[in-house]
Design a protein around this ligand. Sequence first.
Ligand code: UDP
Length: 488
Amino acid sequence: MDSHQKPSSAPHVLLFPLPLQGPVNCMLKLAELFCSSHLQVTFLNTDHIQRRLLSCTDVSSRFKRYAGHFRFETVPDGLPADKTLTGEQIGELLDSMEAVSLPLFREIVRSSVLLSDDAQNPLTCIIADGAFGFAVDVAAEFGVALMYFDTISPCGLWSILSANRLIQAGDFPFKDDDLDAPVTSIPGMEGFLRRRDLPSFFRIPDQNDPIIQRVLKEERQMKRCQGLIFNSFEDLEGPILSQLKTLVPSVYTIGPLHTHKETRLASERGSKNDRNSTNSLWKENKSCISWLDNQPAKSVIYVSIGSLALMGKKQLLEIWHGLANSGVRFLWVQRPGSITGLDEENDAGIPLKLCRATTERGCIVSWAPQEEVLAHPAIGGFLTHSGWNSTLESIVEGVPMICCPYFADQQINSRYVGEVWKLGLDMKDTCDRDIVEMMVRDLMEERKDEFSKKVDHMARLAKASVSNGGSSYNALNRLIEDIKLMSQ
Ligand code: UDP
C-alpha cells in the first residue's frame, strides 16, 4: 500500500499525550510506528508543546513521509505562555487542562466520530495519557474505544493504583519518621518496599488532599478503558504486569519504545538506525558527543535530572564535590532554569567556578541528545533522577545507574533499580558529597564487574523483546491488529 495516500479503510487513532517531554516523546514514537503500519493518526498537542517541538526538532519534515496518515491538532492548556513547568506543578497543569483543554478535546472527538472528510476517516480509537481521567468519559459519550498509555513505569502505576489498599492497611498516610517501615499491602511488591519507596504523592500527610483524591479517581477511571499500553517489557516487569491485568485485562507492553521504533523502522527502510531523529523540547547540544569521542571507554558518568526536576544549591554543591572527589570524568546536563536557590549577588559565579575547577574532567551542556549519549562507548554510568524514560534508555544501553529520585514514580523506580533488578545504587533521600563519591567509585570502579554482568544481561533481554518474535514486538502487532478489528 502507498503510505502517501489516505486509504479509505485505514483505522484512525487519536493520540493525546500529557504535555511533557517524556509522554510527548513516547507518543510520537508510537505515532511513527502506527503510521508505518498504515494507521491514520491525529496527534493532539497543546499549543505550548507544539511550538517548542516545531522549533527544536525536524518533526514536521520527518512526518512528511506519512502525508495523509498523520496530522497534528492543537488545544490550549490554559497556562500562561511563559510558564515553565516543574514536577510539583503537574497537578496544576491537569486542573488547567480539565478546565480549558477538555471542552476542545470533546469537540475534536465529537467531530471526528460523527464526520469524516476527504482528509480523515472517522475516529476508531483514542489513546490518551493515563493521567487524563476525563478522556474515558468523553470516549464513552461518543461510543469510541479508549486505551490509556501510561508512560510512567508499570511498577509506579501499580503502586499508585494501590492507594486504596495502602489506606486500608494503614500504610498511608504516614509520618516522616516512619519512612523505613515495610509496605506489605501492594500485591507483588511484598518483601522489598519501604514507605520511602512509594511514589512521592504518598508523602502527603493527608488522604483528603486534592492530589490524593486525583490518584484515587485514577483507579476508578482506568478500570473503564479497553486497554492499557506500557513502555516496558515483559522480562523486566512480568510479575507487576500480571497484577495490572487484574485491573485491565488487555495490556500491551511494547517497550522499550525508542529501540522498538529504531529496530522496526530501520528494518523496513533498510537503513541502520534512526537515532538522529529527536523529539526534544530543548535544542540538543551535540558538542558533548565530540567530547565523549575523546574519552576512554566506560570512563564517563552521565548526570541528568530530566526535564522537570529542579536542583537546589546545596544538592548542586554536594554532587559537584562528590564527583570531583571521585576523580571520575562526567558529562552533566544543567537544563536552563533547573538550578535553584542561587543568590544572584553572592552565588552567581558558583557554576562557573566549579566548572573551571573540573574542566579537564567534565563537560556541561544545557540539553543533551540523551539516547545517543547513553549509547556512547565512553559512558560507564548514569547519575539519574530515575524518570521512567531515562531508566529504560539506560537499561537498553547496559548503563548502570546511581538513582537520585525527586517525585512521582521516581522513588519506586529507583528501588526497583537498586533492590529488585540490581542494575545500580539507590541514593534516595540523601545528599552528601561523601556518599556521592563512594557510590560513583563503586559504580564505575570497585563494583564495575558485578554491575556489568547484570546490566548486560538486562540490555540483551530489552533488545530481544523488540526484535522479530520478541514479547514487545508481538504486543505491538497485537495492538495494531486489535485497532484494525475495531474499525471493521
Ligand atoms: N532528555 C534528553 N536530553 C537531556 C535530558 C533528558 O533528551 O539532556 C530526555 C531523555 O532522553 C528522556 C526524557 O528527556 O527521554 C526525560 O524523561 P524521563 O521520563 O526520564 O524524566 P522526566 O523529564 O519526565 O522527569
